[in-house]
Design a protein around this ligand. Structure first.
Ligand code: FAD
Length: 319
């Protein structure tokens, strides 16, 4: 069966959910092999096997943690050259998209970024992308070389398919370090118990209608009741009510959760560009003509300060 390389996204061996999604998608195309860079492969191997990785290629070299992007490009390219995979899948983070582009260039292959779905087609993987501020859905397939595809989080639900992977350590000939940017230190970003915005199954976002930083506590209450991440429109971020790292949209983060709840957000095209691929969209807005209702699956016309507390009470009652 065709081998599909999946670049593992992890923190010290703890595998992040988008990788499990990629392994699930890779099984539609062939037999997944995980490419694990850095220390922690012992911790990761069991979970990679649980989600169907038949092989785990491990590159545990000091270069991986010392330099930006290039070591990953060297590793993926060289592993691809000796395994001849049918496709290479990566998560759609900024570093991984750069890695993907450089790997595609080195392999002379076609590249698809930000896919929201991948299926098997007669001529190789077929991808779905959301383009032009999510106003168009694009179906594509790569016509040259090994398809290199980055996939947005939440493209599919991770499904286990347990197997016991073969672990193969890989020696990589890294490019000269002088050509790259050296990492001098790392600091973990502080975050609470809420899920990461890009990976969350549910996102609850507030906009200008929230009317103040202190009122974002209500958005957080709804988020916590649902186990969701908190998002914000640019208007709310520009007003200083919530950090920019939570901005959803064209110039913020792009999310694609199972459920997106927009409260006090009008639905400007730049906001839609960051959330329109959400599976189910719920809007709460006091203006019945707000554009957000054009794309909402469910809409409540009302004051969010009346609607959201009732929503929290209802969720808590059903627990
Ligand atoms: P508004 O458009 O002011 O809407 C507020 C809504 O709240 C209204 O619909 C109102 O009816 C409703 N409301 C008010 N009070 C209540 C209440 N009590 N209960 C219920 N509803 C209420 N925007 C982004 O979000 N993300 C981006 O990444 C982004 N990038 C941009 C990039 C560029 C180049 C440009 C030009 C703009 C960008 N914008 C972005 C800005 C975007 O155009 C809008 O200005 C912004 O999204 C509006 O935010 P909003 O919906 O919160 O505010």
């Amino acid at each position: 069966m065709a081998e599909i390389l999946v670049l593992v996204d992890h923190a010290d061996g703890v595998v992040r959910k988008p990788t499990l999604e990629l392994l699930t998608l890779a099984r539609r195309l062939g037999e997944p092999s995980a490419v694990f860079l850095g220390p922690g492969a012992d911790t990761a191997t069991e979970v990679l096997g649980r989600y169907g990785a038949h092989k785990v290629y491990v590159v545990d070299a000091p270069e991986v943690d010392a330099y930006l992007v290039t070591p990953a490009v060297d590793a993926l390219t060289q592993i691809a050259e000796h395994t001849s995979p049918a496709a290479i899948l990566l998560p759609s983070g900024p570093d991984d998209k750069e890695t993907a582009a450089r790997v595609a260039l080195r392999l002379g292959s076609g590249l698809v970024t930000d896919a929201v779905d991948v299926t098997a087609g007669p001529d190789g993987p077929v991808t779905e992308q959301s383009a032009f501020a999510a106003t168009h859905q694009v179906t594509a397939h790569v016509t040259q070389g090994v398809p290199v595809i980055t996939v947005k989080p939440n493209a599919t639900a991770p499904e286990p398919a347990p197997t016991v992977p073969v672990v193969e350590k890989q020696d990589i000939a890294f490019s000269p370090p002088s050509a790259t940017v050296r990492i001098l230190s790392r600091a973990a970003r502080e975050r609470g118990d809420r899920p990461v915005l890009t990976e969350a199954d549910i996102v609850v976002s507030g906009g200008r209608g929230v009317n103040g930083a202190e009122n974002f506590a209500l958005i957080e209450r709804v988020a916590d009741a649902l186990g969701a991440a908190v998002g914000a429109s640019r208007a709310a971020v520009d007003a200083g009510w919530y950090p920019h790292s939570h901005q959803v949209g064209q110039t913020g983060t792009q999310v694609s959760p199972q459920l997106y709840l927009a409260a006090g957000i009008s639905g400007a095209i730049q906001h839609r560009a960051g959330m329109q691929t959400s599976k189910t969209i719920v809007a709460v807005n006091k203006d019945a003509d707000a554009p957000i209702f054009e794309l909402a699956d469910y809409g409540v016309v009302g004051d969010l300060f009346q609607v959201l507390p009732q929503l929290v009470a209802e969720i808590e009652q059903r627990r």
